[in-house]
Design a protein around this ligand. Structure first.
Ligand SMILES: [Zn+2]
Length: 400
């Protein structure tokens, strides 16, 4: 079957092969064998990752349907172009639907969003809508314009594969935010992972067999509307050569979708008094989730474990854990079409839903809230996705 082969053929099998060879040779240590993936992972730098997040925060919370959001889209596109990654935009219309039920309505007891159970101590969650809770007058002023219905745009860029330009993996994060802060973590941190990967894969000495599309979704916070617009407009264009005979594929066939949403903060469970540890917990991890109830659950599960294995091999500091309750992020509209996973600082339903991130949609989600230990978790997520995608797309580095 086509959809099984895309994950198991080559990629999963060959991952183990070089290791066995090195072991068989005994004295030949792994680091004496040139590994292009290790080379590429080494090009990720904490300071560059932080600088990209900082750059995004100049547009405040980047709320959809505002001037600051449009300026952020322009800024992201300028960065992607400067990396040598050719860009495109998805244009769509958006207006809010009349609300029929409150957020989280219908769930009771210990049921977590997306499945699973809430355990242990819980703290309050919600979206801040009070401007006066933002103590910094400059940020408050920046976030003042409210959203209006109308046209929306989101930007993507593409690394074109050399032998299979007609197939691609989609790597995404959402660039819009809410809550009267700077959306530094939600989702400047995921957007910056995607942008850093676009930068590294677009380097002139990097070649991939298959294509990679880097997408910065808009309108995630209003209900995944940017990702839904992408699926609606482009699902039917997959794999078509345009114009015929040109070797160009405006929408390569989707092989998998990998979303990055809130990558920095894993300080553990709230304490009994509702406060959290001020420090990143040493056992912090990257949570890789797939949707156990989705049409492509089996393939998505394999993809998730492949990412976990890539983390074990290439991520420098923090491990990755796999869970089956992917929910409430832009990979959701893809999950019944292709294998889709998300990477996060915590499990979305059971942990973030139980208040493990006190800055979530709050005025405290600003750049200065986070320490290098926090930013490093995001960097480890970038290492995880970069190494996995490099393997899946057959990335090589052209030696001069
Ligand atoms: Zn988010």
């Amino acid at each position: 079957m086509r959809r099984i082969s895309l994950l198991t053929a080559g990629a999963l099998l060959s991952l183990g092969a070089p290791r066995l060879t090195a072991q068989a040779r005994g004295e030949a240590a792994a680091d004496t064998v040139y590994d292009p993936i290790k080379d590429l992972v080494g090009r990720l730098e904490l300071e560059k990752y932080k600088a990209t997040i900082k750059g995004l925060t100049q547009f405040g919370d980047r709320r959809q349907g505002t001037e600051r959001n449009r300026k952020a889209v322009d800024w992201i596109e300028a960065q992607l172009k400067s990396y040598g990654c050719p860009t495109g935009r998805v244009v769509y219309q958006w207006a809010p639907l009349a609300r029929t039920a409150g957020r989280g309505g219908g769930r009771g007891g210990d049921a977590a969003q997306g499945g699973g159970r809430l355990r242990g101590i819980r703290a309050r969650t919600g979206v801040n809508s009070d401007s006066l809770k933002q103590p910094d007058p400059a940020i408050r002023a920046l976030d003042t314009e409210q959203t209006t219905p109308g046209e929306r745009q989101e930007v993507y860029c593409t690394k074109v594969g050399t032998t299979h330009p007609e197939e691609m993996y989609i790597v995404g994060g959402h660039m819009d935010g809410i809550g009267w802060g700077q959306a530094a973590n939600d989702d400047g941190s995921g957007t910056a992972v995607v942008m850093e990967l676009a930068r590294i894969f677009s380097s002139p000495d990097v070649k991939t067999d298959r294509s990679i599309r880097f997408v910065l979704w808009n309108n995630e916070e209003s209900g995944l509307n940017g990702a839904r617009a992408y699926v609606e407009q482009r699902q039917g264009l997959q794999g078509k050569e345009e114009p015929a005979g040109s070797g160009k594929y405006p929408e390569p066939k989707w092989l998998g979708m990998i979303q990055h949403d809130m990558m920095l903060f894993d300080h553990g469970m709230p304490r009994a008094d509702g406060t959290l540890s001020p420090e990143q917990r040493p056992e912090a991890d990257v949570n890789i989730e797939f949707a156990g109830a989705s049409k492509f659950a089996d393939e998505a599960m394999k993809l998730a474990w492949f990412f976990q294995t890539s983390n074990e091999k290439y991520a420098t500091d923090y491990p990755a854990r796999v869970g089956q309750h992917m929910t409430n992020t832009d990979s959701d509209p893809f999950k019944d079409i292709i294998p889709a996973i998300s990477l996060r600082e915590n499990e979305r339903g059971e942990q973030i839903g139980a208040g493990w991130d006190p800055n979530w949609h709050q005025p405290t989600d600003v750049y200065t809230t986070y320490s290098d230990k926090d930013f490093r978790l995001g960097l480890n997520a970038a290492q995880t996705t970069l190494s996995a995608i490099a393997k899946l797309t057959g990335a090589t580095v052209i030696k001069k």
